[in-house]
Design a protein around this ligand. Structure first.
Ligand SMILES: NC(=O)c1ccc[n+]([C@@H]2O[C@H](COP(=O)([O-])OP(=O)(O)OC[C@H]3O[C@@H](n4cnc5c(N)ncnc54)[C@H](OP(=O)(O)O)[C@@H]3O)[C@@H](O)[C@H]2O)c1
Length: 325
């Protein structure tokens, strides 16, 4: 096989797109040493401009493309559907076309928001998507564009992403805690908070396995997989877990968290009630599973302030759930 990703013993050339985002930063960390990396942010390439994407890939000539870029502003997407579609669907299609041309592996991330949330159980890859909002629809179009292009791809659908860098729910909570004594947080949307650290590390394990030939041929491993931290909670549950761990950061002044219903917190974009994803296929195919979300949250606090974690993970498993993903 003459694949650009067949095991050769040589270190692969890696292109990381969206390198300044939450996941992009962690991918840079975890793939360091795996091979020469070209990491690009919006300054280097505007994904809304197709020719810039093609020029980028052709000059980097990668064997692995890690696409962590996306239009992720879920509420803003409602009023900018064309831009969201350009970044979330057209740009991944061009990356897939370029990957096919180079026989490279394209790794792409998608979202739990492709589902409408109506299923009470965790969603599998075989469940029919039915996005409730523009962001979800554009991400689904991105998945379909990659699949239709063919080639060697891995799409990892994930959820409720946060980590030690970037704009995310964790930092929103910590900022609001300094401003308010009480926070009302949505408690009837269920999902699996997933850290950028866990996502990047799992991605590296799988990509390395693919390069080593552990998972067989592309026909055996290429495709769509759910990839989230295990167990689930609500936004309110996540906020409570954050404040239970943030004692040192907040000088002991955690706000009172009041659970509210989605109906009491109207947002421009509708969100699924249940977007918990089953990771069984990821586990079965690659033997990879991500940490429980509580343990992963501990690791983010450790990354922020070593020694900051003051609770056991079990103390934060409340099934309870402000600003959302
Ligand atoms: N965040 C979540 O809760 C969540 C949930 C499920 C799935 N996902 C998926 O996970 C992946 C990683 O998300 P993330 O949380 O790391 O997102 P993020 O922190 O918002 O990073 C996305 C990156 O894409 C870049 N980008 C946006 N438009 C661009 C353009 N026109 N040209 C070049 N770069 C552009 C952004 O650059 P700027 O910083 O300059 O805007 C940003 O650095 C995405 O595929 C996302 O859809 C995320």
């Amino acid at each position: 096989m003459s694949s650009g990703i067949s095991p050769t013993g040589e270190k692969p050339r890696i292109l990381i797109v969206g390198a300044a985002g939450q996941v992009g930063l962690e991918l840079q960390r975890t793939f360091a040493g795996c091979g020469p990396i070209v990491a690009v942010d919006r300054e280097s390439v505007d994904l809304a401009v197709p020719d810039q994407i093609r020029d980028l890939v052709r000059s980097a000539n990668p064997q692995i493309i890690l696409n962590a870029a996306a239009y992720t502003a879920v509420d803003h997407a409602e009023s900018e559907p064309d831009l969201a579609m350009a970044i979330n669907a057209h740009a991944p299609r061009i990356l897939a076309e370029e990957a096919l041309r180079l026989d490279a592996l394209l790794v792409h991330y998608s979202t739990d928001y492709v589902f409408d949330g109506s299923k009470p159980e965790p969603w599998t890859e075989d469940d029919a998507p039915n996005p409730l909002n523009v962001y979800g629809a554009t991400k689904l179009a991105g998945e379909q564009a990659i699949r239709n292009t063919g080639g060697n791809y891995l799409i990892f659908r994930t959820s409720w992403v946060y980590g030690p860098h970037g704009n995310n729910f964790l930092f929103t909570m910590l900022r609001l805690a300094g401003q308010r004594a009480q926070l009302s947080i949505v408690d009837d949307q269920f999902g699996s908070p997933t850290t950028s650290i866990e996502l990047a590390d799992a991605t590296r394990a799988i990509v390395c396995g693919v390069l080593d030939g552990q998972f067989g041929t592309p026909q055996q491993w290429a495709g769509l997989y759910h990839m989230t931290c295990s167990q689930s909670t609500t936004w309110c549950g996540l906020a409570q877990a954050i404040f239970a761990r943030a004692g040192k950061l907040l000088d002991g002044k955690a706000p009172l968290v009041t659970p509210i219903a989605t109906a009491d917190y109207p947002t421009p974009a509708r969100r699924p009630r249940n977007s918990v994803l089953s990771n069984a296929r990821l586990q079965d195919r690659f033997g990879v599973s991500l940490a429980p979300w509580q343990t992963a949250l501990d690791a983010v606090f450790q990354a922020l302030i070593p020694g900051a974690v003051t609770t056991s993970p079990a103390s934060a498993q409340t099934q309870n759930t402000v600003p959302l993903q």
